[in-house]
Design a binder for this molecule. Structure first.
Ligand code: ZN
Length: 622
């Protein structure tokens, strides 16, 4: 065991003396220190030492947005107690320019800044547009820290391309899991210190760290070392218990991708939420070059959790192809505080999501019907969004209204755009080339350090493929004509089949027509699924909040009674439903009718042509 002096004391000693020439900001790394040991009021203390400035004034930024989230999150709103200190420890004048930036006038006098960071997980239910949990911060003293570092560490004007040194002091029983380069680990009397290094600010935020009681498993896929770190608060899951499923999935993924990526290490950081009011509510994951942060509910049954991990982690890993390798200048020179968006979310998210589905059928992780159901659910899912909105225009303006509410369509229609391009390419090449080949070509032409020009890439793609691909882009991606999915399915001998089937009054099998506002317990009708015939006839609309039914008030705490009571309803009975619509109370009266829903599915066409069967094989089989 080796003891060292408390790291804060060292820095005080160092800068107690007059500044030396070689500590100028141009020559020294920005040093950030995060204290996970002395946590007070659920806040973590951070200190940033940029070295000595020669400019009169400087501005410090915490990101407004980060790559991959496509939303304005203003991480600066979680910063408190911001102080700029001179070399004698006196506070300097600071002007807060906006939610995410602080101007320091006497920059030459500036020794360091200090501030406290709040977490995002415990206030998600209070915010209208909360930070997506996999991009958020969690501070649970002594137990767990989710360090999405863009929420903890900022950057000084002009210094975001400088190297960083990140010092993290942590309780002895917590270990950090990350792909950030660790240069040193120090063992002290009462806490541990990890020292990480990064070549530029981007590397800091591209490598989140999970500090928790270690639960880690690793495996190798060819030459990629994969590490899985799990935080399961009630120890429901362990890294070891899901390692096998992850290994099988990633092996299939690598087999599908071939030699397209060159990552040597990959970390999966899995945070499982208790679903309590003060815990994470945003489930899914965020991609990084060599890792992903995944957030899921701990209460998920094993089979569902594993399938969710397969879908989510494969999606994140496919992001290595795009946007992490193939991306535009907007993404490459990402401006965290004044972001310019790219037109090509159909590629970054859509093609990625398509890959996460097509590889599962091609590598036989799922069967044909399962695959058809997935396509069907994307076609249905896309109906909740504006089908007449140009996808490139939406993408370019994704941070603004009315585009931002259509963001989630990148996972539905975006994936279907990927499917259509795949089918056109396969058809034109006689089954020889598909969208994976296109992405391989693009990743050779461009790359991690060679972005494409946003407005030129579609022409490039057309020149690498077929005029039919260009027509598709013109009409359905740049243009606003809805995609005729049946025409595309027809190419491979598939068709839609629709049946009317009976549903429950509030549930359609596993899929409810209602949802609950976790914040206030209100029950409301979902807008993103078609309601059953009974609800439609009665006049119910998506987003209507239920006040009472037949005189009985309902909220989350008696939702079971509401659903239970409906089992005894009979067609013809009278019903009286009081709802809140757009803030106004309305009463719907009528009779109960048999609830029916139309169920569409994708089915193979009897007697499909040999050519279409051949194309289907080229599309879905190895
Ligand atoms: Zn994604």
């Amino acid at each position: 065991m080796k003891k060292v002096v408390y790291i804060f004391a060292v820095s005080i000693l160092l800068y107690g003396c007059p500044p030396k020439l070689n500590d100028q900001a141009e020559y020294v790394p920005v040093t950030a220190t995060i204290d996970l040991v002395n946590v007070t009021d659920d806040k973590v203390a951070v200190e940033i030492d940029p070295g000595r400035f020669s400019e009169e004034s400087t501005t410090f930024y915490i990101p407004k947005t980060v790559p991959g989230t496509y939303s304005t999150d203003n991480y600066g709103q979680y910063i408190e107690n911001f102080k700029a200190l001179d070399y004698d420890g006196n506070a300097l004048q600071v002007t807060k320019l906006d939610e995410n930036s602080w101007q320091i006038d006497n920059a030459r006098q500036l020794d360091k800044i200090t501030y406290k960071v709040n977490d995002t997980y415990d206030t998600e239910t209070e915010k209208k547009e909360p930070v997506f949990s996999p991009a958020g911060m969690n501070i649970d003293a002594g137990k767990n820290f989710v360090l999405n570092l863009h929420g903890f560490v900022g950057y000084f004007e002009k210094l975001n391309t400088h190297s960083y040194k990140l010092i993290i002091n942590s309780p002895k029983d917590l270990k950090g899991s990350t792909t950030l380069t660790r240069s040193q680990s120090l063992v002290n009397e009462t806490f541990d210190t990890d020292i990480y290094v990064a070549n530029r600010y981007f590397e800091i935020i591209d490598n989140p760290i999970l500090y928790a009681s270690p639960d880690i498993a690793s495996f190798k896929i060819n030459d990629i070392e994969v590490t899985l770190s799990v935080y399961s608060p009630n120890k429901v899951y362990t890294a070891e218990s899901i390692k096998g499923d992850m290994e099988k999935m990633m092996r299939a993924q690598k087999a599908y991708l071939g030699d397209i990526n060159s990552t040597k290490k990959y970390n999966i950081l899995l945070y499982l939420s208790t679903l309590e009011q003060t815990d994470a509510q945003g489930f899914g994951a965020l991609e990084h070059h060599t890792s992903t942060t995944v957030v899921l509910p701990e209460a998920m049954p094993r089979a569902n959790l594993v399938q969710a991990m397969v879908d989510v982690v494969s999606h994140e890993f496919f992001h290595i192809v795009t946007p992490l390798t193939v991306h535009s200048e907007e993404i490459h020179n990402f401006n965290y505080n004044n972001p310019k968006m790219s037109e090509h979310l159909w590629m970054y998210e859509g093609v990625t999501e398509y890959f996460a589905n097509i590889f599962q059928i091609k590598q036989e992780l799922i069967d044909d019907n399962d695959f058809y159901q997935r396509i069907m659910s994307k076609i249905n899912g896309a109906k909740a969004y504006d089908d007449h909105m140009s996808f490139t225009e939406m993408s370019k303006n994704i941070l603004k209204d009315p585009y931002k509410d259509n963001y989630a369509n990148v996972y539905e229609k975006g994936a279907l755009i990927g499917m259509c391009i795949d089918l056109i390419m396969l058809e034109q090449s006689n089954g020889e080339r598909g969208i994976l080949d296109l992405m391989k070509d693009l990743s050779q032409k461009y790359g991690k350090d060679k972005p494409f020009e946003d407005e030129k890439i579609i022409d490039q793609i057309v020149s690498l493929t077929y005029p039919e691909v260009g027509e598709f882009f013109e009409k359905h991606v740049i243009g606003n004509t809805p995609i005729p999915y049946d025409d595309f399915l027809n190419k491979v001998g598939l068709a839609f089949e629709t049946k009317e089937v009976e549903s429950g009054y509030f549930l359609n099998g596993q899929d409810p027509f209602i949802n609950v506002n976790q914040g206030n317990g209100d029950i409301f009708f979902r807008a993103e699924v078609p309601l059953n015939s009974f609800l439609v006839k009665l006049g119910v609309k998506g987003n209507d909040i239920i006040r009472s039914i037949n005189g009985m008030n309902y909220k989350l705490d008696n939702i079971r009674d509401m659903v239970g009571t409906s089992f005894a309803w009979n067609p013809g009975d009278e019903i009286n439903m009081v709802l809140i619509r757009d803030g106004e109370e309305i009463t719907l009266k009528g009779n109960i009718t048999k609830p029916m829903v139309s169920v569409s599915s994708i089915v193979p066409v009897e007697g499909a042509s040999a050519a279409s069967l051949k194309l289907r094989n080229a599309w879905m089989k190895r």
